[in-house]
Design a protein around this ligand. Structure first.
Ligand SMILES: Cc1cc2nc3c(=O)[nH]c(=O)nc-3n(C[C@H](O)[C@H](O)[C@H](O)COP(=O)(O)OP(=O)(O)OC[C@H]3O[C@@H](n4cnc5c(N)ncnc54)[C@H](O)[C@@H]3O)c2cc1C
Length: 436
């Protein structure tokens, strides 16, 4: 990536060495955070990203706890100066109609971390990569990792295809002491090892697109995320207001329900669901769709092993749950922070075992579990958060903690003792085909 300012030191790429302390595969939030913080410790870091930056990516809504890893990266001032809309709250709508009162984060915590952002991921991820470079990471874009090199069980480097100055491609083999897989949903290492398990309860898909001119609430509510469930919890819409009057609006539902072969085109299904969501429809009366439709499915999965000798997984490469609570970027940033500390510790001790590199992962998995259980509750038939909190008001703070992302706090998961083991409703096509 050539930085927009030709004088920028970020444009200087030194010749590749044959060996680094750490190679990070993937330049999303997880990879850039890991690389930035490992480089800050003083280790040599090479980051390889297959795309040209800035690149398009779904996942635009941040949650308040992202503040802390972003502060450690010293990026809060840059975010404050950005054009990204401020997000003060989230608002839920049930049955496509009933709007609950907005949930303002600062009511529960009077700290500036309670105001977060709705980001354009191209620009946000570029900001993270720039920061990783400033801290000493050598970051190559258009650099596709094609293999991780193992000697016995030890990861010792990668094979990659790089873009040359003349536009040609060259294959390189580069060695390192630690390989970080931050390849997002590709989950490079666990996919190759057959260790990527889909969550059988969350077989969901999403159709999303971008609109201009959609209705926005005023004042502090202008940047709110709206989560609107349709009747019978068959699907839900996100509404994420972005800069330049653009709004990201996506519809998530069971894979059979959204992508059944008899359901028609993705546009027809999206329109079908919009008609089931009057609260969203009324926001689009004067809006124009400004992009094509995008789809993704079966995105909730876990990687069975999170680390091994000389390698570890971070961010979506480790696992992803569901977009409903906007937890993905936070987990990627926080995981990057955990991973960087563990890598520094491992390099200092010259102990590159999986247990040393993955020492943070048991706690991290507990945090993911807290999000997962709240996701299951969201999709469970006959469960209402409002009713639950009426009966168990003592758990309101636990719920708030999870919604803002404070999922690693001791005791936060106690709420699930009262909630019980809720399961998402079964995924069915809208109209079942007649029996032969
Ligand atoms: C439908 C949907 C909606 C979402 N909405 C939200 C939201 O509102 N808020 C939120 O916080 N999260 C959201 N997420 C989740 C969020 O997008 C991810 O959790 C987040 O991007 C994870 O960051 P990452 O760095 O792990 O992976 P990514 O951001 O995916 O980055 C991985 C990078 O690795 C690169 N790469 C992959 N393979 C290779 C290779 N072989 N060689 C080199 N580079 C490679 C890719 O090009 C990519 O840039 C959503 C997810 C989905 C599916």
């Amino acid at each position: 990536m050539i930085h927009p300012n030709p004088e920028s030191p970020l444009n200087y790429l030194p010749p590749l060495q044959s060996q680094y302390d750490v190679i990070v595969i993937g330049g999303g939030p997880a990879g850039c955070t890991t690389a930035a913080l490992v480089a800050e410790y003083g280790h040599s870091v090479l980051l390889l990203e297959r795309a040209q930056l800035p690149r398009f990516h779904v996942g635009e809504s941040l949650i308040p706890e992202t503040y802390w890893p972003l502060k450690r990266l010293d990026l809060i001032d840059r975010l404050k100066q950005s054009a990204f809309p401020r997000k003060y709250s989230v608002q839920f709508v049930s049955d496509g109609v009933k709007e609950s009162a907005p949930f303002y984060f600062e009511r529960y915590n009077q700290h500036e971390s309670s105001v977060t952002w709705q980001v354009n991921r191209g620009e946000f991820d570029q900001m993270l990569m720039d920061r990783a470079r400033e801290l000493g990471t050598i970051a190559h874009t258009s650099a596709h990792v094609t293999d991780v090199i193992f000697e016995c069980t030890q990861a010792v480097g990668v094979k990659c295809r790089l873009l040359n100055e003349d536009g040609g491609r060259s294959e390189r083999e580069i060695r390192c002491r630690v390989v970080v897989d931050a390849t997002g949903q590709s989950a490079f290492i666990s996919s190759r090892r057959g260790q990527r398990d889909a969550d059988p309860m969350l077989k969901k898909g999403t159709i999303w697109t971008y609109w201009r001119g959609a209705h926005r609430d005023s004042g502090k509510d202008e940047g709110a995320t709206l989560i609107m469930q349709t009747p019978g919890k068959k699907s839900w819409f996100w509404y994420i207001p972005l800069q330049d009057d653009v709004v990201s609006i996506g519809c998530t539902g069971g894979m059979k329900y959204l992508f059944d072969k008899d359901a028609g085109s993705v546009e027809a299904v999206y329109d079908r669901e919009l008609t089931r969501c009057p609260a969203m429809q009324k926001r689009l009366v004067n809006a124009t769709r400004c992009t094509d439709f995008f789809t993704t499915k079966d995105f909730s999965y876990y990687s069975r092993e999170g680390a091994g000798n000389g390698w570890l997984l971070v961010g979506d490469a480790f696992g992803f749950i569901d977009p409903v609570y906007s937890s993905g970027v936070y987990l990627a940033l926080k995981g990057g922070e955990f991973a960087a500390d563990a890598i520094h510790d491992a390099l200092q001790r010259s102990d590159l075992s999986g247990s040393r590199l993955g020492q943070w992962q048991p706690l991290y998995k507990q945090g993911i579990e807290n999000f997962r259980k709240l996701v299951y509750a969201f999709y469970a038939e006959n469960f209402s958060f409002g009713m639950f909190l009426k009966e168990h008001p003592q758990y309101k703070s636990n719920m708030v903690d999870i919604l803002v992302g404070d999922v690693f706090k001791p005791g936060v998961g106690d709420i699930f003792d009262a909630m019980g083991a809720l399961k998402p409703a079964m995924d069915m096509p809208l109209t079942r085909p007649a029996m032969a």
